[in-house]
Write a protein that binds this ligand. Structure first.
Ligand SMILES: NC(=O)c1ccc[n+]([C@@H]2O[C@H](COP(=O)([O-])OP(=O)(O)OC[C@H]3O[C@@H](n4cnc5c(N)ncnc54)[C@H](OP(=O)(O)O)[C@@H]3O)[C@@H](O)[C@H]2O)c1
Length: 285
């Protein structure tokens, strides 16, 4: 094997569901992969299990960490980090990403923070979204290795950016899934199965996604004048949604909150605006 063909050694710290998937993908791609986890379990076939966290860190120039939280991540990053690149794929907040970056770089390593927008089964799929931010030099150096894990998006030098986008995108996911479940509960009261309803729900979500570019333009310009659907008209529709849910004994908390945001926007002078104007009610202070 020539030097060009030799794949970069990687260490994976943490062998939970995600750590195993990461180590497995790297090992399968031909990277000599060393693993270690707190409970000393062995890594997936084809990887080498280190005797200690310090041995695991020493084994590779690139150290990937994926454990429960940031405190655990720093606990397992023991030993000499000088000259290494640490990629922390543990879920956390932007603040934790920035603070960890400071402490890890003070120990002589380059730092990348990451957000995995995928479940363990999706690791290694080139369409699986993985957000990364922090040292641009380290990203360039290790990009081809990280590409093995999924569709890597570098978000810039601020180590907090990956977690910022991660939390924002998870907020969309949970809100959309709750909206879908609320709607499924509603139609379910009239005997419509989730399977029957779901193709329509999916089309609605795709249609809603098609509005986003135009909403973004209005948000960025602060100009919300209605082009198609006035907020006072939509407020009236929200009342129908709540009535239908109440009659069928389906929880209305989500819908009441949406209606309240719309009411406040209308009271603030946005009766003739598009839905984008609601963003002003979501910004606090
Ligand atoms: N699973 C998903 O679908 C998913 C998706 C996106 C992001 N993530 C993120 O990926 C990270 C790992 O998730 P996971 O699903 O792999 O979780 P998991 O299966 O529960 O594994 C947790 C890992 O953290 C380690 N750990 C827990 N507490 C520790 C401590 N105090 N000190 C040292 N190590 C500790 C565990 O060590 P032991 O091996 O010794 O138990 C294990 O390796 C989390 O931040 C999660 O939010 C997960």
């Amino acid at each position: 094997m020539t030097n060009e063909q030799r794949k970069q050694p990687v260490t994976v710290l943490g062998l939970g569901l995600m750590g195993v998937a990461l180590a497995d993908a790297l090992g399968r791609a031909g990277h000599p992969t060393t693993t270690w986890t707190r409970s000393n379990r062995a890594g997936p076939a084809g990887t080498t299990t280190a005797a200690s966290a310090a041995d695991a860190v020493a084994a590779s120039p690139l150290v990937v960490v994926c454990v429960l939280d940031y405190r655990a991540a720093e606990d397992v990053l023991v030993g000499d980090l000088t000259g290494k690149t640490v990629v922390n794929l543990t879920t956390g907040t932007p603040e934790q990403g920035r603070e960890t970056a400071e402490r890890i770089t003070a120990r002589g390593a380059a730092y990348l923070d990451g957000g995995l927008m995928v479940n363990p089964e999706g690791i290694g799929d080139p369409t699986s979204l993985i957000l990364v931010s922090g040292s641009a030099d380290a990203f360039q150096e290790h990009r081809s290795t990280l590409d093995v894990l999924g569709d890597i998006r570098f978000l810039g030098a601020d180590a907090g950016s990956a977690a910022l986008y991660d939390t924002a995108l998870l907020g969309i996911m949970y809100s959309a899934m709750t909206g879908y479940l609320q709607a499924t509960a509603l139609v379910g009261r009239e005997g419509v199965s989730a399977a029957r309803f779901t193709p329509l729900a999916r089309d609605m979500l795709v249609g809603t996604a098609s509005f986003l570019d135009s909403i973004a333009e209005q948000v960025d310009s602060g100009e919300y004048a209605s082009r198609s659907a006035r907020l006072d008209m939509q407020l009236s529709a929200a009342g129908h949604l709540i009535h239908a849910a109440q009659v069928r004994k389906v929880d209305t908390t989500l819908l009441e909150h949406v209606r309240s945001l719309m009411e406040r926007a209308v009271a603030d002078g946005h009766a003739g605006s598009d839905y984008a104007a609601v963003i002003e009610q979501l910004r606090q202070g």
